[in-house]
Ligand binder design. Structure first.
Ligand code: IMP
Ligand code: MG
Length: 177
């Protein structure tokens, strides 16, 4: 067992389950965007692992770009790194690791929609619908999970555990030190 795996209490989604689901998701999403001008917009950093596997499961053409925003309380969202390309008239698919309260994604979706793209949809690896506060839902979802704080496959606790190849729940002692 690696030092990273030692922090994990339970595995929620295995590597094999992720691999199989991404294969299905790739086919589902490709059918929608066949022949269209698709831009995958990924929010750094959590969604990078998902993006890398998801884009290779796509059977249609796509381009990628990255967006970095500040974390925010009740205030305005600040763009730390904007997209490099204009999105007017293009089909945008936001690639996200986890949809939780939905506050962050609803703000990002509004911001992108204001730039007059042909469409804005969301694909998320994980969805915790029981936690939703904002009026936003994913168009494509990998796995619906219960209300637990998860790490791995890009998701972090205090910037660590992103490199686990599966999604898991941490041991309580990791939080309590
Ligand atoms: P929200 O949907 O606006 O609440 O924010 C979602 C963001 O919170 C995600 O992009 C993650 O960075 C983070 N997040 C939410 N739930 C978890 C979790 O269970 N593990 C790790 N990060 C999480
Ligand atoms: Mg995080």
């Amino acid at each position: 067992m690696t030092e990273v795996e030692k922090g994990v209490q339970t595995v929620l989604v295995t590597e094999e389950e992720i691999r199989q689901r991404l294969c299905e998701l790739g086919k589902e999403v490709s059918a929608v965007y066949q022949g269209q001008d698709l831009l995958l917009v990924t929010l750094l950093k959590g969604a990078v692992v998902f993006l890398a596997d998801f884009m290779r499961a796509l059977e249609c053409h796509c381009e990628i770009d990255f967006l970095v925003t500040s974390s925010f309380g009740g205030g305005a969202m600040k763009i730390i790194k904007d997209l490099e390309v204009p999105i007017e008239g293009r089909h945008v698919l936001i690639v996200e690791d986890i949809l939780d309260s939905g506050i962050k994604l609803s703000k990002i979706k509004d911001m992108l929609e204001a730039r007059n793209p042909a469409s804005v949809r969301i694909v998320t690896l994980l969805d915790k619908p029981s936690r939703r506060k904002a009026d936003v839902n994913a168009d494509f979802t990998g796995f619906v999970i219960p209300d637990e704080f998860v790490v791995g496959y890009g998701l972090d606790y205090d910037e660590k555990y992103r490199n686990l190849p599966f999604v898991g729940v941490l041991k309580p002692e990791v939080y309590t030190g």
